[in-house]
Ligand binder design. Structure first.
Ligand SMILES: Nc1nc2c(c(=O)[nH]1)N[C@H]1C(S)=C(S)[C@@H](COP(=O)(O)OP(=O)(O)OC[C@H]3O[C@@H](n4cnc5c(=O)[nH]c(N)nc54)[C@H](O)[C@@H]3O)O[C@H]1N2
Ligand SMILES: Nc1nc2c(c(=O)[nH]1)N[C@H]1C(S)=C(S)[C@@H](COP(=O)(O)OP(=O)(O)OC[C@H]3O[C@@H](n4cnc5c(=O)[nH]c(N)nc54)[C@H](O)[C@@H]3O)O[C@H]1N2
Ligand code: SF4
Ligand SMILES: [Mo]
Length: 730
């Protein structure tokens, strides 16, 4: 049976577009207040922060304690479900290792001696040093690294103080090249959550993108839905990932050669005229130049580069042509692989453009427009004239890169950076080249870490501010652009434990110490949210009750006759050939260059996500650590046996650059991986005092990556360029 979205919606009894999901939900989900009437029970809708997907959840509170969490059916990100991590909320809230009090480091960065401080003292020290930095070096000498919902309050404080130097490892160590590649091609990025229309696809292609292990809740549900409706699935991955095991075709590509495969596909689609002529003719520019530039990339050539048979490459290209435009070549998320990642992302964007999938059913949908305005009536941020950008070297970095801030902290050029705020980032594990980070830290006058746990980063801070967890606080709104607009509220289920506090409070307190009260007029987090909602026409009382409000935008999520899409590129069209890149000295059409392969005796170090953990965020969570307390080293069975290794053997890893892992890891022999690579889950190899469950377990890829290759277009640090060998220890 062939489904269209419309027939499917009818089948499952969900009302058609234009009606909000809320209206179709069983009444019991909407009656929080009534259910809460049960003696001593409170049901509090809020949203998860165990990863940034922000699924809506309902916390059940009994006698002042959260006893359970469940998915909120109104949430578009979760649809009533939580992933394994989300279900482990109690392990985050009631972790006895949590940061409990503000701390001041009376030792040195890296060798701390902690003194418990009052909030007044800790904030006083920070404000004093901020004033000093402003006086001596100007406000731009302060930088913010952030990840997570509460980061918005810190960004606001930083901007009010006068600095524009905010950054996030989730850009230059994650999705930056992808966003840049799509921006250069379509004038728009793919969003977060991504605008994939997987549930309506006829053919899904994933390069890497190990969905299911990468546990993006609704996205995983969409893929499953698409497959149930008969979509073909092609997974390109050197490893038989969980999603690859569900694929029609698993292409175990030689690592670092995806661009060869993509260019060969582009060539076939052009040569065999499989592309969407009308769409390309109307919306794209540069087809001729593209055709000429990819002429050399034959399937036979690509076979030699990638280890994928030429006939498979051709067959899949033809399949894609047949299913177009209802095809989605996924853009990926973690994209910093080999250093030419913006160009790989460009190739993915170009292939989608040729197949006409942008703005089409089963491809990439057009997200709803609009949003919720910021808090109304705040004064304008001050602006420092003539201060050079820190990452001028990377002309297409749409967000400041972490490494350029680190570099400026070391060299003082192009201007000094003297203070770091680190919110919800564990930079010791997420920014490559730890030695360089430590060198930068040594030059600073102020390092503040705002976190919930005593992670690796904490030992390098001067002042530590304990944030309360997501179940104990009001926070910023989470606004998601899907086919409809989703507005989610975070509100406390219980009071903060110990002396932990929320970000809205910490930043307001600092603001008032710095004379910036005008930027922080809210009495508390609730009032902040209520005013924002009021300004955006969102009924706050309803939001408090439901946790999530979904608004229809009215417009079709697909290109339909009479609604012509616009592309925010210099030509106003989809740019198959990029003059912007050419003008800055980069290849206007992606070009293949060969990357180094592992030397004799070494393997490429690959890594990815455990479905049960978010980076090092959750490795100390007692519910999740129970299920998975350390990572293991995947190694091809035949290769492993050749090296005399058995399942469960303990090894250390040594890189070809001479770095040895501080800890050990157990071997897992498997047929699910190529012979030239090893694989592990990121997030382990934590070496932080006070992390009693996560500490000293397994090995972190981050401990081995010394000098990453840098993407010259946007400054992404490619981190799959390390070669390792296992050395047996016992
Ligand atoms: N459970 C869980 N889910 C998460 C996260 C988490 O921490 N935990 N983190 C979230 C975040 S921030 C991100 S960015 C995403 C990351 O998740 P993804 O964007 O899916 O990450 P990828 O790097 O694309 O996918 C990893 C896969 O790439 C394969 N791979 C390695 N080298 C190559 C290669 O050269 N070519 C190809 N084709 N494949 C290769 C690996 O074998 C592995 O299976 O996950 C998100 N989801
Ligand atoms: N080597 C290597 N480096 C990587 C990656 C990799 O796979 N390997 N992955 C990259 C990717 S995809 C990304 S997105 C980045 C992510 O890198 P980061 O931006 O550094 O983010 P996380 O690792 O999620 O940081 C988690 C920190 O947030 C804290 N935290 C958790 N909840 C809260 C909270 O409610 N409030 C506060 N204040 N803190 C909280 C945790 O305790 C932890 O210290 O790392 C990138 N770097
Ligand atoms: S995907 Fe899982 S961890 Fe992430 S927000 Fe949703 S429930 Fe939480
Ligand atoms: Mo990421």
């Amino acid at each position: 049976m062939k489904f269209s979205r419309r027939t499917f919606l009818k089948t499952v009894g969900v009302a058609s577009a234009g009606v909000t999901a809320a209206a179709t939900m069983p009444e019991r989900f909407l009656s929080w207040a009534e259910e809460s009437a049960e003696a001593g029970v409170k049901l509090v809708p809020t949203f998860c922060e165990l990863c940034f997907w922000n699924c809506g959840l309902i916390a059940r509170v009994e006698n002042g304690k959260v006893v359970k969490v469940e998915g909120n059916p109104l949430s578009l990100r979760g649809r009533g479900r939580l992933c394994g991590r989300g279900n482990a909320a109690l392990g985050a809230l009631y972790d006895p290792d949590r940061l409990k009090y503000p701390l001041i480091n009376t030792g040195t960065r890296g060798a701390p001696v902690w003194k418990r401080a009052s909030w007044d003292e800790a904030l006083g020290v920070i404000a004093g040093r901020m004033e000093k930095i402003r006086k001596e070096h100007g406000p731009e000498a302060l930088a913010l690294f952030s990840h997570g919902t509460g980061g918005a309050f810190w960004k606001h404080l930083l901007k009010a103080y006068g600095s524009s130097n905010y950054t996030a490892p989730s850009f230059a160590q994650c999705r930056g090249p992808r966003d840049t590649g799509f921006l250069l091609t379509f004038g728009a990025d793919v969003g977060s959550p991504e605008y994939y229309d997987f549930d309506n696809s006829r053919h899904i292609v994933l390069l890497g993108s190990h969905l299911g292990e990468n546990a993006h809740n609704s996205q995983v549900q969409d893929v499953v839905q698409g497959l149930a409706r008969g979509a073909r699935l092609t997974v390109v991955d050197p490893r038989l990932s969980n999603i690859a095991s569900k694929a029609d075709d698993w292409l175990p590509i030689k690592p670092a050669t995806d661009l060869a495969l993509l260019l060969a596909w582009i060539r076939i689609v052009i040569v065999e005229e499989l592309y969407d002529r009308e769409y390309v003719g109307k919306y794209a520019t540069g087809l001729e130049e593209l055709g000429a530039a990819v002429a050399e990339y034959t399937p036979e050539w690509a076979e030699k580069e990638t280890d994928i048979p030429a006939e498979t490459i051709v067959r899949i290209a033809r399949d894609l042509g047949k299913s177009a435009p209802h095809v989605c070549i996924g853009a990926g998320r973690y994209a910093v692989w080999y250093g030419d990642d913006t160009q790989r992302s460009r190739a993915i964007a170009i292939l989608n453009a040729l197949l006409g999938s942008w703005g089409r059913e089963g491809g990439y949908y057009l997200p709803v427009s609009g949003g919720v305005p910021e808090y109304p009536g705040l004064p304008e941020y001050p602006h420092s004239e003539g201060v050079p950008r820190l990452d001028e070297a990377y002309p297409f970095a749409s967000l400041q890169t972490t490494t350029s801030i680190r570099q400026a902290s070391i060299t003082g050029k192009p201007h000094p950076v003297k203070g770091w705020f680190v919110y919800g980032c564990n930079l010791m594990k997420t920014m490559p080249d730890r030695e360089e980070t430590i060198r930068a830290l040594a030059n600073l006058d102020l390092v503040v870490a705002i976190d919930v746990l005593p992670v690796d980063m904490i030992a390098h801070a001067d002042v530590v501010l304990p944030e309360c967890t997501y179940l104990e606080r009001y926070d910023n709104l989470s606004v998601g652009k899907f086919k409809e607009l989703e507005i989610s509220l975070r509100q406390p289920a219980v009071e903060p434990l110990w002396e932990s506090r929320p970000s809205w409070w910490m930043t307001r307190e600092l603001g008032s110490r710095l004379g910036l009260q005008a930027y922080f007029p809210w009495k508390d987090g609730e009032e902040y949210l209520a005013r924002r909602c009021e300004a955006g026409g969102v009924e706050f009382a309803e939001l408090k009750k439901k946790g999530v409000i979904v608004r229809s935008g009215g417009a079709s999520p697909y290109i339909v006759p009479g609604s012509e899409p616009t592309f925010d590129t210099p030509s106003g069209k989809i740019e198959l050939f990029s003059k912007q890149l050419q003008e800055k000295g980069f290849d206007p059409v992606p070009k293949y260059t060969r990357h180094p392969q592992p030397p004799q005796g070494y393997f490429r170090l690959l890594f990815g996500r455990s479905p049960l953990h978010t980076f090092s965020r959750t490795t100390n969570n007692f519910l999740l650590a129970d299920l998975q307390k350390e990572n293991s080293l995947w190694i091809n069975s035949r290769k492993g046996r050749e090296l005399g290794l058995k399942d469960g053997d303990t090894v250390q890893l040594e890189t070809s650059a001479g770095v040895t892992s501080p800890g050990t890891i157990r071997v897992k022999l498997t047929e699910r991986l190529r012979e030239d690579a090893v694989y592990l889950y990121h997030g382990f190899g934590v070496h932080a005092a006070g992390m009693t469950r996560a500490g000293n377990r397994g090995v972190g890829d981050d401990e081995l990556i010394a000098k990453p290759t840098v993407d010259p277009i946007m400054g992404g640090t490619a981190m799959r360029t390390t070669f390792v060998k296992p050395v047996r220890r016992g």
